[in-house]
Write a protein that binds this ligand. Structure first.
Ligand SMILES: Nc1ncnc2c1ncn2[C@@H]1O[C@H](COP(=O)(O)OP(=O)(O)OP(=O)(O)O)[C@@H](O)[C@H]1O
Ligand SMILES: [Mg+2]
Length: 334
């Protein structure tokens, strides 16, 4: 669906050239929800904006449905923009226009008649669950409602692709989930391909199929969401997973448990449970579960379990060695 080949974006700055995007190649499949995560200034927004040529790459090509659109201008460019809707962190609504007016504007720009607009706007409002807000102004809406207007506006001209630049970063957790549900529904019922930039694990976990991690203008990791988070290579990805799992053990717990403390990592299988019962059976040690959290990403468990082993010190060492021989992801905490 979307093929980015060796995309390069350079900006001329006062201190020389800024290479915002360096030779990025990506394939995003039809109807996929593709996430882009990464540090601030990594070039995520710039890369996203090359897809609808809001940012024209200084090198490489943007190919959509087999057509090289990189050089598009005039009518071709306008048509491309209509085929790619976009939503933003700060919603970018026109404050002086009502909800109806904001959505109607996108249709007017596309040359739709008044009658067509009168039919289409209520359809879009129903789709995003805002039928009763047609006459409200942005200032009278909550953040979540504003983003729903943004989504309705982006979908006004029935695009095939929806580009989302941190669409939930200005929203609280609950509103974030409702917006993500809406995006997922749009993806499934309308078959729209979604590319979404985010710095929130919740977003990636909830809706993305695949994810790319960007750092300093380059893609440093890319793959199925589960694989990237089960085995993060880049520091940013590691932090994202660690923040989400929050498995730091309070100091008090360490002090109270003088014995061996082990952290067992879950990566896609539940082999750890039989190992724990087998350890107790074989060695007669006491096993306490101190902390644990399992997330499900794409239906597969990801997380860790922190346990302490108590008993005769020599037996505990043997038990720990046994667990280590059975589990790939074992970390000795103390
Ligand atoms: N129009 C521009 N002119 C000059 N430099 C720019 C321009 N747009 C972006 N940059 C620079 O390009 C780099 C990448 O910016 P970009 O906005 O794409 O990053 P980002 O990953 O989206 O960051 P954030 O997470 O903070 O939104 C930054 O160094 C930024 O300062
Ligand atoms: Mg950005």
């Amino acid at each position: 669906m979307i093929n980015l080949t060796d995309i390069q974006v350079r900006f001329a700055g006062t201190q020389g050239t800024i290479e915002a995007v360096k030779d990025v190649s990506l394939h995003i499949g039809r109807q996929e929800i593709f996430g882009i995560v990464g540090t601030s200034g990594a070039g995520k927004s710039t890369l996203l904006r090359t897809i609808n040529l809001l940012e024209r790459p200084t090198g490489g090509s943007v190919i959509i449905d087999g057509t090289d659109v990189t050089g598009f201008t005039g009518v071709e460019l306008r048509t491309l923009r209509l085929r790619t809707g976009m939503i933003f962190q700060q919603f970018n609504l026109i404050n002086a226009k009502s909800v109806f007016g904001n959505i109607a504007f996108a249709l007017k720009v596309a040359g739709r008649t008044k009658d067509e607009i009168a039919v289409r706007v209520p359809e879009l409002l129903a789709l995003v669950g805002l039928t009763d807000k047609e006459d409200a102004y942005p200032a009278q809406l909550s953040g979540g409602q504003k983003q729903r207007v943004g989504i309705a506006r982006a979908l006004a001209n029935s695009p095939q692709v929806l580009l989302c630049d941190e669409p939930t970063s200005a929203l609280d957790l609950e509103t974030t989930s409702s917006i993500l549900e809406l995006l997922k529904e749009i993806n499934q019922t309308l078959g729209i391909t979604i590319v979404i930039i985010t710095h929130e694990m919740a977003v990636v976990k909830a809706i993305c199929d695949r994810v790319a991690v960007m750092d300093a203008g380059e893609i440093v990791e890319e793959g199925a969401v589960y694989d990237i988070f089960a085995n993060p290579q880049h520091e940013f990805t590691r932090q994202l997973v660690a923040r989400s799992l929050n498995l730091d053990l309070p100091q008090r717990l360490r002090e109270e448990n003088g014995g061996r403390i082990l952290k067992l990592h879950y990566r896609g299988h539940r082999a750890e449970e039989p190992v724990i019962s087998e350890t107790i059976r074989r060695f007669g040690v006491r096993v306490n579960i101190l902390h644990g959290q399992i997330e499900y990403i794409g239906g597969q468990p990801l997380g860790a379990l922190v346990i302490s082993l108590d008993g005769d010190p020599e037996v505990v060492e043997h038990a720990a060695l046994y667990i280590g021989s059975q589990i790939a992801g074992l970390e000795v905490v103390q």
